[in-house]
Design a protein around this ligand. Structure first.
Ligand SMILES: [Zn+2]
Length: 292
């Protein structure tokens, strides 16, 4: 069983709070209106979700009324089952992931052993969405948007326009490289980030799924890194490099310049290669014509 804990609420802006939760160092957010209280993500188990809702009510003096799940991974999603009497919003693809098998690191047996509950307890959002949803919390409207897939098959951004705060889920991570898994769609990921940064102001704050709150420059840098990850993998395939060749280069001469740490690249490679090969990217026949 992994160690569960919830940190202290940190105020981001007026009526907006973040708390970090273990075992996955996930950020859970709180947006407080005159009437409603909206929680962003739910922690890693029903028990943790229940405790987060209790801690939120303790902070605000009113119960949580709305919950948004930014995507289907365990540390964001699995707490939802412990939070009662709320309107819960998530991408409709979450409903396909109630068996606990979607997450790259978590299968049903691991859930029982490490997270301490049975995956049959999982529940989906009461109010599944596809593209956009607005929630009026009283004096404050929260917009929830799906701008295409990137990190997962169910990525949502949560925007609080009056305070210029954006919750990104794992579309942005600042504690390490963003995670690329079997359900990631790296090709469309940068474009989805553009959807929020193109409307952001210099003072906009971004709350990532993991790691410290950042400004637009860090998000733009990460967007560029994700884009470069995709194009570099494409170049490697065109040069005729296999995954083993790339890993050997990562561990040795490092002739290929990657935007992520070697371990992150090695983890992402099978998913990048599968997606690129499915698009028909193959070794280029022209490359041996050196200098021409
Ligand atoms: Zn994730």
């Amino acid at each position: 069983m992994r160690e569960f804990s919830i940190g202290e609420w940190q105020q981001v802006r007026d009526g907006i709070w973040v708390v970090q939760c273990q075992p996955a160092s996930v950020n859970v957010g709180l947006v407080v209106g005159q009437e409603g209280v909206l929680m962003v993500d739910t922690g890693s188990s029903p028990a943790q979700g229940r405790e987060l809702a209790r801690r939120a009510q303790e902070l605000v003096g009113r119960p949580v009324t709305h919950v948004v799940v930014t995507h289907a991974h365990f540390d964001h999603f699995y707490g939802l089952a412990g939070i009662e009497d709320v309107v819960s919003i998530g991408h409709e693809n979450l409903l396909q992931h109630l068996d606990g098998t979607n997450d790259p690191d978590v299968d049903p047996e691991v859930i029982r052993r490490d997270l301490g509950f049975d995956p049959s307890e999982l529940v989906g959002p009461s109010d599944p969405m596809v593209l956009i949803r607005a929630v009026d919390l009283g004096g404050r409207t929260v917009e929830i948007v799906h701008l295409g897939n990137g990190h997962s098959d169910s990525d949502l951004f949560v925007l609080v326009a009056d305070q210029k705060v954006v919750f990104t889920g794992d579309m942005v991570e600042t504690s390490g490289d963003p995670f690329v898994g079997p359900d990631s769609q790296v090709e469309t990921w940068p474009k989805a980030i553009d959807g929020v940064t193109s409307n952001a102001r210099p003072e906009t704050l971004f709350v990532p799924g993991h790691g410290p709150v950042v400004g637009i420059d860090e998000v733009t840098q990460q967007r560029a890194a994700v884009s470069m990850l995709w194009s570099t993998a494409e170049d490697c395939i065109k040069k005729g490099m296999t995954i083993d060749d790339v890993v050997a280069d990562l561990n040795g001469p490092r002739e290929v310049d990657w935007p992520f740490a070697p371990q992150s690249v090695a983890n992402a490679l099978p998913h990048l290669y599968r997606a690129l090969e499915a698009k028909g990217v193959t070794k280029s026949r022209n490359l041996p014509l050196l200098g021409l």
